[in-house]
Design a protein around this ligand. Structure first.
Ligand code: F6R
Length: 246
């Protein structure tokens, strides 16, 4: 699995934006599953700037949500839904009909998982999945110890995710469970990009990329994907034994 290392977060973000645009140009009706969170924020800004300048046409794309906090409404600023609307869908002028996100308030969360599994299937699968990596090695909300064969599911969030997740919220918020696409979706995506930035991710990226593949570090599953790439800034790559530059 290729590992690309960039001098700066800005350069990393530029490349991620380039890859999303490339996918769009190769297949205008792409099915995109793009993570929320701090890591891809700049890539989405760059994408929006270029969409305006280059008149990129996203009108045939579909967007699939990767995950959501259970019990958090979409209008809460810490929800994945809120983030994606603010940083991606509104700036790109995406129509609501193109967007399929998890409902964190769904009464029947198993039915919500089945609904999202069906959406992914009906759309013909995910063309490009972009994931960030949690401090505990999660991708989406596939927490340490998760089953590798799962599609969408609800999961108890581990302590790291509960505490780190507070950064997205204006007030201290009880975070107990997440609803997420599963690692099976990750492995079945046609193209997978994993991105990480900053010194604080260096240790988990070393585990994900260099220790034996283990669901104790779910991000390590990327090495089983035939068309995946990991993109890191220099700081996130700083503990890798073997550096490779982009
Ligand atoms: C968000 C998501 C999470 C984040 C991860 C890293 O949709 O799926 O797995 O990608 O927690 O978060 P940041 O980018 O804020 O460090």
């Amino acid at each position: 699995m290729p590992i690309q290392i960039f001098e700066t977060y800005e350069a990393l973000s530029q490349r991620v934006a380039d890859e999303i645009i490339r996918r769009l140009q190769e297949k205008p009706a792409s099915v995109l599953c793009l993570a929320a969170g701090d890591t891809p924020r700049r890539a989405y800004q760059l994408l929006s700037e270029r969409a305006a300048k280059e008149a990129l046409d996203f009108s045939r794309c579909s967007f699939i949500g990767l995950d959501e906090w259970v019990g958090i409404p979409p209008e809460n600023e810490g929800s994945c839904s809120y983030f994606l609307h603010q940083n991606l869908f509104q700036p790109l002028g995406i129509d609501a009909a193109q967007v399929n996100l998890f409902d964190g308030l769904a009464r029947d969360s198993d039915a919500e998982c089945r609904r999202m599994n069906s959406v992914v299937k009906e759309k013909g699968g995910i063309d490009l999945m972009l994931v960030g990596v949690g401090m505990n090695g999660h991708i989406g909300f596939n927490e340490p110890g998760v089953g590798e064969g799962l599609y969408a599911h609800v999961i108890n969030l581990d302590e790291t995710t509960r505490s780190v997740g507070q950064k997205y919220f204006l007030q201290t918020t009880k975070l107990a469970r997440g609803i997420t696409l599963g690692l099976r979706h990750v492995l079945e995506s046609r193209q997978l990009i994993m991105m990480a930035s900053g010194r604080k991710k260096a240790d988990v990226m070393r585990k994900a990329l260099e220790d034996p593949i283990s669901m104790e570090v779910p991000a390590s599953i990327i090495r089983k994907h035939p068309r995946a790439v990991t993109m890191l800034d220099k700081e996130a790559a700083s503990l890798l034994r073997q550096g490779k530059s982009a």
